[in-house]
Design a protein around this ligand. Structure first.
Ligand SMILES: Cc1ncc(COP(=O)(O)O)c(C=O)c1O
Length: 282
């Protein structure tokens, strides 16, 4: 992992070591902020509008007044300063409530802190990770639909996957799989795709939304019905989705093996190929 060459902070583009914020920034103190991640592929941000809309919705959910559309010229400046104009890269955007003396409630007139950076990122055509995952209790709060910067629950759950030399931790709440620490999760049973409904218990991933579009165009049935943790035996395929993960087939859940010898299930493979085509067309 490398630091970016430049950072955008509140209207200025500076070297990372010169990007300074107050220790009283509510993002630092409370994790009171929203973030977004998108990737530029072949000179164009993939599903940019959907990402910026989600950012805007997140900000309004936590009552931060900021117009995400105003970011476009700053994004261009940042890419140019980082020599990433037209190049494959990942853009991170973070908007916190801003700086105020520490107390839980916030003043009305606080100015949001806006930070962005871009780093080179070339995604593989198809993710061939053959993901091994563990399952854990989803102990996060019940507003996982908010893409907030306070990710301690996700960090702790992801770290457990790393300790087990796994790619991800899939999460269950009340016996049902919700999502994973930084991905959405899908299961395939008798040719039908299942995933948790996009309610307050999961982040409605942009890649998740793309899976719905692809299933519709490929005439693959998809249901927003959660899978029980006792159902793993009846599952034919499982996969993870995310902006950087794209679509990753799950090979193993705990000790339960879904496939061997890189033999990814047919529905997962079909979706991976359709996703690749979509990237090329975009
Ligand atoms: C908890 C969680 N779920 C799902 C996702 C996938 O979302 P997207 O496809 O928009 O990257 C992410 C991405 O960061 C995430 O953090």
């Amino acid at each position: 992992m490398k630091y970016p060459d430049k950072v955008y902070l509140n209207g200025e583009i500076v070297n990372p070591e010169d990007a300074k914020i107050s220790v009283f920034d509510r993002g630092f103190i409370f994790g009171d902020g929203i973030y977004e991640v998108m990737v530029q592929i072949d000179g164009k941000f993939f599903y940019e509008e959907a990402h910026l809309n989600r950012l805007q919705e997140g900000l309004s959910k936590i009552n931060i007044t900021f117009n995400a559309n105003e970011l476009s010229p700053a994004i261009e400046q940042l890419l140019s300063a980082t020599e990433l104009t037209g190049k494959d890269c990942l853009l991170y955007i973070q908007i916190t409530r801003g700086v105020a003396p520490r107390q839980h409630s916030y003043p009305d007139d606080i100015k949001p802190t806006v930070m962005m950076y871009a780093v080179p990122k070339i995604l593989p055509d198809i993710n061939k990770v053959n993901a091994k995952v563990i399952s854990r209790n989803d102990f996060r709060w019940s507003r996982c639909d908010i893409k907030m910067t306070s990710l301690l629950g996700n960090v702790m759950l992801n770290e457990e996957a790393m300790q087990h030399e796994c790619f991800e931790t899939i999460l269950y709440r009340d016996g049902c799989i919700t999502e994973a620490s930084h991905c959405n999760v899908f299961f395939v049973k008798d040719g039908i795709v299942f995933t948790h409904p996009a309610n307050e218990l999961i982040l409605d991933g942009i890649t998740r939304q793309i899976i719905f579009e692809l299933c519709e165009s490929l005439q693959i049935e998809i249901r927003e019905t959660p899978i029980s943790i006792n159902d793993f035996d009846g599952i034919d395929e499982a996969f993870l989705t995310g902006t950087s993960t794209q679509i990753a087939a799950i090979q193993k859940i705990n000790n339960h093996i879904l496939y061997t010898d890189d033999k990814i299930g047919v529905v997962t493979q079909t979706l991976q190929e359709a996703f690749l085509k979509l990237k090329k067309e975009n």
